[in-house]
Design a protein around this ligand. Sequence first.
Ligand code: ADP
Length: 339
Amino acid sequence: MPLEIVRNDITKMKVDAIVNAANESLLGGGGVDGAIHRAAGSGLLAECRTLGGCKTGKAKITGGYNLPAKYVIHTVGPIYNDGNQGEKALLESCYRESLTLAKEYNCETVAFPLISSGVYGYPKDQALKVAIDVISDFLLENEMTVYIVIFDKAAYKISEKLFSDIAEFIDDNYVDEHTNYRRESIRMNAPMAPCAKRKKADVDFLEICDCKALPLEEDLDAKLKQIDESFSQMLLRKIDEKGMTDAECYKKANIDRKLFSKIRSDIHYKPSKPTALAFAISLELSLVETEDMLRKAGFALSHSNKFDIIIEYFISKGNYNIFEINEALFAFDQSLLGA
Ligand code: ADP
């Protein structure tokens, strides 16, 4: 998945580069900066001393020393004042400059902490939005896997409004489903008249056999020849209908090129549910079309789990931004969309 939000300690990430939320001196500090210096060892500070500091919004690179990461990219986030002092532009610049450096050093995997969101006071939900926006823009043009590393659950919050809207939507749908489910099970458990039972079974059988006197094998053969378009065929058709290029589609789906090629070359490819949904979101399919695409992969949307309800919430709002959807899924402890 090109962009992933993970919960971890960034010093443990086995990636080509981790990003440090440093201060202008580059000589170490508290928070994530302190943790990175402690884990990297004194060699890191020695190299940082040779760099002559770093301006806010800029980035510089060093080795990773004792860290599992090969490089550390040091960037200096803005101190948050009231949001009207150019903080957003500076924070965006931190992500862009760090990604540009990572690309220059041929990094394929990069991990970011939520820059400025600790001691520097940038509101966490807004800091996360800036991170997601800049990284996803970059990924539209570049092949890289980028992790946003959230240190602890308390340090993470999507906007209150979005959270409560989704929570309400989940509540409503759970209630509906459970009420229906209860009604359904009462009906299912009620004794059924034997003839009614037989009638239903007969109808099913006639439907299968199409009421003709064909030998079963031949008929099955005929049925199998009418097999529906596969997931992969539907995906490629929809890409064409929407006038998208393949790359536009898989990038917007947060799916990497290799997986897309696999799906493209195998018409019987069976994707996972998150992958199938990621494409539905990327193609901006309606709820009905999404269900259709999911069915082709052998899945359905159900009101019995939060993951599905959250997806339904975003589709019904016409919000097809996969990164925002993943942000919400993460907040509700659900698996993320994409490969
Ligand atoms: P800043 O000064 O830029 O605000 P901080 O280090 O105070 O930097 O905090 C930036 C973010 O890094 C915070 O959200 C904090 O929770 C997080 N953080 C702190 N330690 C770690 C760690 N070991 N791994 C990942 N994130 C961390």
